[in-house]
Design a protein around this ligand. Structure first.
Ligand SMILES: Cc1cc2nc3c(=O)[nH]c(=O)nc-3n(C[C@H](O)[C@H](O)[C@H](O)COP(=O)(O)OP(=O)(O)OC[C@H]3O[C@@H](n4cnc5c(N)ncnc54)[C@H](O)[C@@H]3O)c2cc1C
Length: 424
């Protein structure tokens, strides 16, 4: 029986581990955090599980839906229809339908036409790889016009990724816009959180003699050995025939000795950090699930009314909101005490919603959130060395990171290993 160690118990690690365990491999998953699920993991509050940061699926997320079905959770998957709202100078605007674009006051008529053209362009374009060597600014200037690029897209880029458009791959942003346009306004969620799905996957791995260690931080991978520390800070060394890393590239860089050429590719993936300010309030500040705040610039780039997505997640019959801020991890805000962050957020929330009351709040800091690809990036191969393999949402460029993409990546790497070594 071949033994596999998987570093990281996020979705790609769980998917890879499950597929290998189902094929007879002895799987051990090592996860740094106290709970599995990675970026999509949840926290427990007053009898409810809520994701650390907003998380939904789209209709096109077929791999996730197949897993939800596999684990008998289809009856708990709920779909909602809800447009995205854009706040501009304290007024909300919808932009998802052509008629909305014409009512969007800040744009002149010509820019509205260009925006419509962009919508059609991204809807129909299938192959985004050909824009691999083009940056977003150049591409958007050409398709949407300079005015839209400056007025809308740079602001959206700041809100979502805190990056200049000129540094980002048009292939990656275009694919992201393609997916959003094709699947817009429908959002799916499992009642009582994605953690249910992750726990079911973990149970299946354990049923097949696999092991999952949480609170286990890997510090080195050398050949067939993995070194790390468990929850009591005790150093532990483990070995296996096969090692799969699912950690984000900046961590991979620290734990594995990478050749310069690989380091140079990985340096083209830039991570922003994220503050997720999750809170409860008796006010219903938006009937829509997703709001982006374009102008004025507030401390948060937007917010999600989670109660619209999942009414059963409300706490004490009050709404649950996710306010988010993308920033550099060395930004002082990222390291402020929770109380100070809360005051800063409340001030800006009340500049939009004067009577906003705060029932409870939690703050999560995610150092490596979404991967952002600088143009001219190439994916790393699955097989890193004879016994070290890679998986993770970041490996699926130009597809934007999602739970579905992470699941797919885990399965793809497991299948690659099974094709190479056979069923165990
Ligand atoms: C703010 C935010 C919102 C998002 N919203 C959505 C959404 O609405 N819908 C959607 O589909 N996707 C969403 N995503 C994307 C989705 O969460 C990710 O693409 C997916 O979870 C990535 O899974 P992964 O397994 O590739 O990586 P990760 O989830 O990053 O898993 C890697 C795991 O490795 C662990 N690890 C790291 N270092 C070590 C170490 N040294 N030792 C051991 N373990 C280690 C980590 O703790 C983590 O559990 C969102 C992401 C973010 C950041």
């Amino acid at each position: 029986m071949k033994e596999v160690i998987i570093v990281g118990g996020g979705i790609s690690g769980l998917a890879c581990g499950l597929h290998l365990a189902e094929s007879g491999y002895k799987v051990t998953i090592l996860e740094k955090e106290a709970i599995i699920g990675g970026l999509a993991r949840s926290f427990f509050i007053q009898g409810k599980w809520l994701p650390l940061a907003h998380h939904f699926i789209r209709l096109s997320d077929k791999t996730t839906q197949a897993y939800i079905k596999k684990f008998g959770l289809l009856n708990q998957l709920r779909w909602i229809e809800s447009a995205q709202v854009f706040w501009y100078e304290n007024k909300p605007y919808l932009l998802s339908q052509p008629q909305h674009i014409f009512s969007f006051k800040p744009l002149d008529f010509r820019s509205k036409l260009r925006l419509l053209y962009l919508g059609l362009y991204v809807w129909f374009k299938e192959d985004w790889n050909e824009l691999n060597t083009t940056d977003c600014k150049e591409w958007l200037n050409k398709i949407a016009g300079k005015k839209n690029t400056e007025m809308l897209f740079q602001d959206l880029m700041d809100i979502k990724f805190n990056m200049p458009l000129s540094s980002v791959s048009a292939a990656w942003l275009g694919e992201r816009m393609h997916q959003s346009t094709r699947n817009r306004d429908r959002y799916g969620y499992i009642d009582m959180s994605w953690q249910k799905l992750f726990n079911r996957m973990a149970e299946e791995i354990i049923k097949r003699k696999g092991e999952i260690f949480t609170d286990f931080e890997v510090s080195k991978i050398i050949n067939s050995n993995v070194e790390g520390k468990d929850s009591s800070a005790k150093s532990i060394s483990l070995s296996a025939d096969i090692i799969v890393s699912t950690v984000p590239p900046p961590i991979l860089n620290n734990i594995l000795n990478l050749p310069d050429e690989v380091k140079s590719q990985l340096s083209k993936i830039q991570y922003r950090s994220l503050i997720s300010f999750v809170c409860g309030s008796s006010q219903n500040i938006s009937q829509y699930y997703w709001s982006a705040v374009l102008k004025p610039h507030l401390i948060f780039g937007g917010f999600f009314n989670h109660t619209v997505l999942s009414p059963s997640s409300s706490i004490n019959d009050k709404s649950v909101y996710y306010f988010f801020t993308y920033l550099e991890s060395n930004d002082p805000l990222f390291n402020y005490e929770d109380d100070k962050i809360k005051d800063i957020y409340l001030k800006d929330i009340r500049s939009l919603f004067a009577n906003f009351s705060l029932d409870w709040y939690k703050i999560f800091r995610i150092k490596f959130s979404d991967p952002i690809f600088v143009y001219n990036y190439r994916n790393l191969p699955i097989e890193f060395t004879d016994n070290i393999y890679l998986a993770g949402a970041y490996r699926q460029y130009p597809k934007p990171g999602s739970m579905d993409v992470a699941l797919y990546s885990g399965l793809e790497t497991a299948q690659y290993i099974i094709n190479k070594y056979g069923k165990s």
